[in-house]
Design a binder for this molecule. Structure first.
Ligand code: FES
Length: 166
């Protein structure tokens, strides 16, 4: 990963702040094909990710539209926005390869203390794809299932803590 070349006293890069002020793909998709709902048990930030999936010319599932709603910090909003840019127009297979390092790199870096915020965005994507696979009775890999179960555990804790989130 490239060195964090941010200019705001070692905090956020210019790109992070620009995206925070003007996030892309913010909102909800009505009748979304997959919804990812995740939260961070430490800070309490929460995120919803919505995907619309169609077949491309090769017959592969691809993400035609993606939107998010995030209640969280600057990094949470910016990473949510950038993941929608990274994913839109990609096949599901390609989308599943996106990592938190890709997200951080696309933002020109994040303060280390904020790395966990990028995990929220990646987890929401995993959950939206898992939801799409489950609803459409598609085969789910062992790796995706494991990731989903780990994310679910955190979600259960948050739901117990914040009843209003359900
Ligand atoms: Fe919670 Fe950033 S501090 S996601």
């Amino acid at each position: 990963m490239k060195k964090n070349n941010n200019i705001y006293g070692g905090l956020y890069t210019k790109k992070v702040l620009e995206i925070f002020k003007n996030p892309h793909n913010y909102g909800k998709i009505k009748n979304a094909d997959g919804i990812g709902k995740v939260g961070n048990i430490i800070c309490g930030d929460v995120m919803w990710l919505y995907i619309k999936v169609v077949k491309n010319k090769k017959g592969e599932d691809f993400i035609k539209d993606i939107k998010f709603e995030t209640f969280g910090c600057v990094a949470a909003i910016s990473t949510s926005s950038i993941i929608t840019d990274l994913v839109k127009g990609k096949t599901i297979k390609e989308a599943l390869k996106i990592t938190k390092d890709n997200v951080i790199e696309s933002l020109g870096g994040l303060p280390k203390i904020k790395y966990h915020c990028s995990v929220l965005a990646v987890d929401a994507l995993i959950e939206a794809i898992y939801d799409y696979f489950s609803k459409n009775k598609k085969e789910i890999s062992v790796d995706l299932k494991k990731k989903h179960e780990k994310i679910q555990k955190e979600k259960d804790i948050i739901e117990k803590r914040y009843k209003a989130w359900k």
